[in-house]
Design a binder for this molecule. Structure first.
Ligand code: NAP
Length: 249
């Protein structure tokens, strides 16, 4: 596992957006960031899941979070612009954004990828990240030290048979991260990507239905890397892919 020892108030007074905050890794990242003092903005598709995470954050006596229900598949450029305007008016700033939400689609031979699945994956995993980043960057730039974190995968820099559109979308994610990182290199915004590695979530179960989950990391296990990239201790890190686990998938 990535090794990072943090303080109890490591993220105090930070405002952090987490996409896909209702389930899986994003849910755990939201709970963890809140437990370290951050005000977390929970973005996701299923409102009920976001409300449950909201309640858990309140129960753990962390700063009161906010909820943004938004389906990245259908959201427009204007939706993102309006969303950022709302964050600015309610919180005055944004210190970090974890772009975690993604879909897997279905694993299949390349020639049998369905056009609709290709389009959905590109919409959620690439186009939405582009529109979201474009809208978020000016607000992120208004703080002294801001962190934009994309989420990649072991198939995001080495193509893998049958992982088709998902794998290609993660290559695009890493490319987008590098372009933004280079462009903002001399600013207060750092941009990196995290590769969680094999982690026990719904997405992993869909990709590997028969595997023994006892061999998988739990979302809690991989949090040190997620905390590090939001902490000011990573303020010098830009344009990197950070592996949350030694063996990544
Ligand atoms: P997950 O359990 O499937 O959770 C994905 C989250 O994204 C859910 O909260 C989901 O919301 C949200 N989401 C999906 N489509 C959305 C949409 N159209 N609009 C808004 N939100 C949407 O996946 P995970 O395993 O936690 O994966 C998190 C990230 O890690 C992804 O980027 C994934 O590619 C990456 N990753 C995971 C693994 C792994 O082993 N788990 C390995 C490598 C990379 P709903 O629940 O409401 O649908």
């Amino acid at each position: 596992m990535f090794d990072f020892k943090c303080e109890a108030s490591e993220l105090a007074n930070k405002v952090i957006l987490v996409t896909g905050a209702g389930d899986g890794i994003g849910k755990q990242a939201a709970l963890t960031y809140a437990s370290l003092g951050a005000t977390v903005i929970l973005l996701g598709k299923t409102t009920k899941k976001l409300e449950d995470v909201y309640d858990l954050i309140v129960e753990q006596n962390s700063p009161q979070p906010a909820i943004i229900p938004l389906d990245l598949k259908g959201a427009t450029k204007q939706n993102y612009i309006d969303m950022v305007a709302t964050i600015k008016s309610q919180f005055g700033r944004l210190d970090g954004a974890l772009l975690n939400a993604a879909i897997l689609g279905e694993l299949s031979p390349f020639t049998q990828i369905h056009d609709q699945i290709w389009n959905d994956i590109m919409q959620v995993n690439v186009n939405a990240q582009y529109l979201l980043s474009q809208a978020l960057l000016p607000l992120l730039q208004s703080t002294n030290s801001a962190s934009l974190v994309f989420t990649t995968s072991g198939v995001g820099n080495k193509g893998k048979a049958y992982w088709g559109a998902y794998s290609i979308s993660k290559f695009a994610t890493e490319g987008m991260m590098q372009v933004i990182a280079d462009e903002y290199d001399t600013t207060s915004v750092r941009t990196n990507a995290i590769n969680p590695g094999a982690t026990d979530t719904n997405m992993r179960s869909i990709a590997y239905p028969g595997e023994n989950k006892q061999n998988l990391a739990a979302p809690t296990d991989i949090m040190p890397a997620y905390i590090y990239l939001m902490s000011d201790k990573s303020s010098h890190v830009n344009g990197q892919v950070i592996n949350a686990q030694a063996a990544s998938n």
